[in-house]
Design a protein around this ligand. Structure first.
Ligand code: PLP
Ligand code: COI
Length: 342
């Protein structure tokens, strides 16, 4: 059922931006201790020591998933247990106490339930769920913080890229890399994102929607797009960069691979040479925020490759329709990927 007291939002003109909502979840844990029973509270600012580990040394992780309305007015989340597991692997990498999967799932469920009036009508966007896990205790030496905070807040969102489904233009970064072998690129560490802000802002100032990063060793293989995984299609073969520890293992990426394989496509997780990409028939990127976004052109140095004459490529379109139909339960969810929130 849609709430009658919904907020006065023009759902049709929403973009991917922050909107304060009503309620948030919060829990705390001392290093070596147990997580306190999480509580729901009114959305509010945090009170935190200036010496907090997260503020000084970036000891923090975030997640991103969506809750959406279905045709019958229900609410569903997409594969939230994957986000729970990815946050656990990030916690292990950054020396943060692991949040049990059940606790994570309850936290996101409860936060959605207590903010239902902010969920857009079906097809008009989603409620973006943002779990955060951080070293909130004070520490001066470079070491894991003595205390941690896990919280969840939400915000209604529209399309990540301006123009919605319109194919985007991307630029290959010739100066910057996102992650190096042995670093933290394979987990959703908050510190992975600030170094991408200036490259991304510069690309946007030149009319591009985002940056494509190449690998830091050979500067030759595509890694990912700012905040989404990369795919290209060549003669019907779908290729996506293999997971080597420098690329975020996207939930959308894994879902697209499985859907495409089940449809009979040849899907390859492999090294994807940027020159191969420039000769592809179709390219797209995939992520929770980006969903599946068609790529219309890629600039690399003085080369520009155009794909699909301004139209979304046929295989990209098929995969987009299938993925979003499953996510909104417009077709049967045979894999059990959607989770009802009730
Ligand atoms: N790559 C990066 C760097 C991201 O931030 C995201 C977003 O979460 C993704 C890929 C896509 O991951 P997912 O599909 O789980 O949202
Ligand atoms: C997501 O897709 O959830 C992301 O992480 C994108 C975000 C960095 C805006």
């Amino acid at each position: 059922m849609l709430d009658n007291d919904g907020p006065a939002i023009d759902w049709d003109s929403m973009i991917f931006s922050y909107q304060k909502t009503d309620r948030m979840y919060i829990s705390h844990c001392k290093q070596g201790g147990e997580w306190s029973p999480g509580v729901m509270q009114d959305f509010q600012n945090l009170s935190i020591s200036p010496a907090a580990g997260v503020l000084n040394y970036g000891q923090g992780l975030f997640e991103g998933l969506k809750a959406q309305r279905t045709e019958d007015g229900g609410i569903v989340m997409f594969r939230p247990e994957r986000n729970a597991k990815r946050m656990q692997s990030g916690a292990r990498r950054l020396g943060i106490p692991v949040v049990p999967e059940e606790m994570f799932l309850n936290a996101v469920r409860q936060t959605v339930i207590e903010n239902t009036r902010w969920i857009p009508p079906m097809g008009k966007g989603a409620l973006y769920i943002r779990p955060l896990l951080m070293g909130s205790g004070a520490i001066l030496g470079v070491a894991p913080a003595p205390e941690y905070t896990f919280l969840v807040y939400v915000s209604p969102v529209g399309p990540y890229f301006k123009g919605g489904l319109k194919p985007i233009s991307l630029k290959v970064s010739d100066k910057f890399h996102r992650a190096a072998p042995g670093g933290s690129g394979g987990v959703k560490a908050i510190g992975n994102y600030a170094p991408g802000m200036v490259p991304s802002k510069d690309a946007k100032a030149q009319g591009f929607a985002e940056i494509i990063y190449l690998d830091a060793v050979h500067h030759r293989y595509v890694e990912e797009v700012g905040a989404a995984n990369f795919f290209c299609v060549n003669d019907g073969v779908i290729s996506t960069p293999e997971l080597t520890g420098t690329i975020l293992p996207g939930v959308t990426r894994a879902s697209v691979i499985e859907i495409a394989k089940d449809m009979g496509y040849d899907v390859r997780e492999e090294k994807v040479d940027v020159d191969y990409v420039l000769n592809a028939d179709e390219c797209f990127c995939a992520g929770t925020a980006a969903v599946i976004s068609s790529i219309g052109s890629i600039q690399h140095g003085d080369k520009v490759a155009n794909f699909g004459d301004g139209e979304v490529g046929p295989i990209t379109r098929i995969l987009y329709d299938e993925l979003t139909s499953i996510q909104q339960r417009r077709i049967p969810d045979e894999r059990g990927w959607t989770v009802s929130v009730e």
